[in-house]
Each structure stands twice: as C-alpha cells, then as structure tokens.
Design a protein around this ligand. Sequence first.
Ligand code: PMP
Length: 406
Amino acid sequence: ADAFDVAAIRRDFPILRDKVNGRPLIWLDNAATTQKPQVVIDRLAHYYTHENSNIHRAAHTLAARSTEAYEHARETVAEVLGAGDSRTIVFTRGATEAINLVAETWGRHNVRAGDEIVVSHLEHHSNIVPWQRLAESTGAVLKVAPIDDDGQLRLDAYEDLLNHRTRLVAIAHVSNALGTVVPVAEVIAAAHRVGAVVLVDGAQAVAHLPVDLRALDADFYAFSGHKVFAPTGVGVLYGKPELLAAMPPWQGGGNMIDDVTFERTTYRPPPNRFEAGTGTIADAIALGTALDYLRGLDLGSVERYEHGLLDHATRQLGTVPGLRLIGTAPEKAAVLSFTVDGHDPVDLARSLDQGGIAVRAGHHCAQPALRRFGLEASVRASLSLYNTYEEVDALTAELHKLAGFH
Ligand code: PMP
C-alpha cells in the first residue's frame, strides 16, 4: 500500500532541477518554506490568465469565476483539515496574522486582568509575542509550560499550570526549532477541563502529518500556505463556529460589512467578517490546489516516508564527530537541529551552500527554545516529502568534511 514514489514527486517540483553553485540543489530548509509543485505554479498562472477579478462584488463572469474558485479553495481547506463547515476557515496572510487575529479579537474580548495565558517553551516567536502584547495591554499573566532535555512538552508540569484563571492555551503542533510533535489532543483535553480555549499553531504540522481538527477538538488552528507547498502571503485561521460568531472584527473595510451608515455599521457573519479588504485571492486558490496535491499523495504515506527519512538522518548525523543534536523527543517530525563543536552555525550553513545544500542557521524565531539548550543558534536541516536518502547522505558527507577542518 506504501508505494511512495519520491522520484515521481520530485518531477512535480521544477526548482529541484536547478543547480546552486554548480551543484544540484538540495533543499533542506523546508521548515522556513517549501518548494512549489508545478500544479500550484500553473494554478496561479491560470488565475491571472483567465479569472483575475475581485471577488464577491461584481456581477460579471470573471467575478463569478474568481469567487467560485476562492470559495472552492475554502472548502478544500476545510475538507483536508477535517474542519467540517467551510465557514470555519478564515483566509489570512499567514500563521502570524492568524494568531494576531485571535489575540486582537477573541483575546481583547475575553481576557481580563489577572487571567492567565499558557504557552510552551517550544513556541515560535509568532506564538509568543501576540500573547505577550495581549497580556501587557490587559493585565493578564503569561505562563510557560516547560520542556524536558529531549525537547518534549512536560505534560505533568503543563497540567499543573492550568486552573480556573486560565483563559487560553497557545501551543505548537510541531516545533519549528526542534521538530517535537506535541501531543495536542491531550493538551487540548486538559485545557478544556478547566474551561480554557486552545489555539494550536500548526505551521509546521500540516505538511507532515494528517490533521483532523474536529477529532482534536481544537478551538483555533493556524497555519501558513507557504509551508504546505502553496504561495507566500496566504494562511488560514480555523475557528470553531461558536467562537468565530461571538468575535468582533479586527480590521474594518470592504468585504466584511453587512451595512454601513455614519451612525452604525453591521458586520457579515464569519468568515467574511474577518477578511477585510481585497485579500490574497490567487494565493488562496493556489493553497487549495496545494492541499489537493498533498491529499492526493496521502498524508499518512507522507508521514511514514518522512519518518523513515528522519530516522535515517538522525543515525547518519550521529556519525559526524562533534555533532550535537538538539531535540531528541521520540515523537518528532522533519527537523534536525544541531551544532558541531568548534564551528559557527552560520559558517557551517554557508559552507554547505557551496555544495548546493540549503539549511538554515540561527535561532529560527524560537530564541527561548534554543536558549533552553544553552544555545543562541543552531544549524537546522528540515525535511519534506521530496527529500531523499541520497540527499541526507550528501549532507552527512559534507558535514564529515567540514567537521574535520578547524
Ligand atoms: N509558527 C511556527 C511553528 C512556524 O514555524 C512559523 C514559520 N517559521 C510561524 C508560526 C509563522 O509563520 P509565518 O511566518 O508564515 O506567518
């Protein structure tokens, strides 16, 4: 049943045929952004060639085409994530905007002085800073659930933080810095027992494992298109219907209103209430195409393939002298974060680039997570469904060479 044909998949991604510094591109910076399959590139071109029009407003044929395609994309997102009703899907500019939207609307409406917001030590800055700002402006208190030396969330300590003052838990599904897969179903169930609402940051999850929002019972779920083979500039906020319905709008403008007079404005129901102005229409449509592509490959098979690749990479990197892997949780996805004794991470990444190998070096927008391991920076190789065992071996061989030079 597991005929995962990586060679065929690679042919779908034209950039993988490119050379960088005279060498075949080895793209291992997938946690930063993923490459785009031809179907997504073609969908953008098709939109601008045949459909380009503002949605929802005009009565002409092109507006009908673009509106239909945009709403179809919303339905695809809902189907692929198990969201049920597509009106739970709000298009945003990305995960960052989705999280800020919840902080600025649900947060300002529901969080009071003395209330508590819980995040984890694993979070990306975009799932820390909006909550910090909300806490500053409301007088709420930000609490941090700790992780252990493997980079796993400490569920016991997390549960100890929960109480009747906890309003919201904001938690990564998969850590971008360490690759830890967080047991979000347990996190959500525990939060619900004290009546708290949970926002899951799924930016690093959707491309790597099947997500079933209603089975998880997530209240909010955020992710970015560009990390799931779609264009930049588009993302998704899922919210439970009753939560979205009770939330005030964030930005005001066209598209989100029902009726406007100078005395009083009424708003459309969700999701339109949260989509003020002309959005990123073509990119949202192409996000639907990307998720269709991913669904066609079967996310269970993707997860199994990537798991094998991650295990192989973990073993291979373990042979490099002086290499220290951070993030060694048993449940991991796609990310290898490491340092090599005596080598600056940025220098290592630059040297790898000379060999056509793209990895990221730095704090990966997760400074607290890295500092938990005593580091300001690491090298991060992050995998995707089009990466191969041979590419991992090429990375390992380069690292063996570089680790020898001082
Ligand atoms: N959360 C996580 C876990 C991420 O990895 C990222 C992107 N690195 C984000 C949030 C923010 O995504 P974006 O920059 O696309 O809004």
